[in-house]
Ligand binder design. Structure first.
Ligand code: PGA
Length: 257
């Protein structure tokens, strides 16, 4: 049975002291433990990872980074390697649409990053999703399948793998996709591509998350969809009450807690 996740992507927000306050508030809201059956992950900016780790180390919250470089070490000024992160956190977002589109990370770079992250023993959250014009052209499924195939080119097992489907047109727009619009991707294209690469059984083990303008108000519709095992949350994860409500609803809907 796949596990359920609520992942907060803080993006380039929060100073170190704000990050510590936000993490403390989320920890306090959740009490001693995350509701059963759900992994709650927060992804602060790099500079806040260690201070936030200090806050959450005795809690059930898990820590993730928003990016990593594709090499273990060396002359790559300004980059952070998966090996450095492996000491601090468990998860890393790879291929987020802002990195694909603003930082122009291509298929090959993302595939190399995935390989390095897995080699370092971290859990990659491979982010995929089509733009509005790709959707209008009827290319959404083909785009997502290609992002998965190229992102996983050197990954030989699904162990630890998480996929986040985030249609680019729904990210940060306040206009989420509807559960009905996304099931062709979360239940169709993504599982089909994973099954092609790893077999039917392995494909079902991979948690597939939805992301794009998720809020406590709209999250239930996504969580009720069996092909979605959780969410990747941007804006709403910067509010401790909203994020913890999303974690709580994930437990309630997915694990019946
Ligand atoms: P959003 O961001 O929830 O603010 O739309 C989601 C994401 O980019 O991961």
């Amino acid at each position: 049975m796949p596990e359920y996740l609520a992942v907060g992507n803080w993006k380039m927000n929060t100073t170190v002291s704000e990050a510590v306050m936000l993490a403390s508030a989320i920890k306090e809201n959740l009490g001693n433990s995350t509701p059963q059956g759900v992994e709650a992950v927060i992804c602060p900016p790099f500079v806040s990872l260690v201070p936030v780790l200090d806050v959450i180390k005795d809690s059930s919250l898990k820590l993730g980074a928003q990016n990593a470089y594709s090499e273990a070490k060396g002359a790559f000024t300004g980059e952070i390697s998966p090996n450095m992160l492996a000491d601090i956190c468990q998860y890393v977002l790879i291929g987020h649409s802002e990195r694909r589109h603003i930082m122009r990370e291509g298929y090959q770079v993302i595939g190399q990053k995935m390989k390095a992250v897995v080699a370092a023993g971290l859990r990659p959250v491979l982010c995929v999703g089509e733009t509005l014009s790709q959707r209008k052209q009827g290319a959404a499924e083909a785009v997502v399948r290609r992002q998965i195939e190229t992102g996983l080119v050197d990954i030989h097992s699904v162990e630890g793998l998480v996929i986040a489907y985030e249609p680019v047109w729904a990210i940060g727009t306040g206009v989420p996709a509807t559960p009905v619009t996304v099931i062709d991707i979360t239940g169709g294209a993504i599982r089909a591509e994973l099954a092609k690469l790893y077999g039917e059984d392995a494909a079902l083990e991979v948690p597939v998350l939805y992301g794009g303008s998720v809020t406590p108000e709209n999250v239930s519709g996504f969580l009720q969809e069996p092909s979605i095992q959780g969410t990747l949350v941007g804006g709403a994860s910067l509010n401790a009450d909203q994020f913890t409500e999303i974690v709580r609803l994930t437990a309630e809907i997915k694990s019946g807690v």
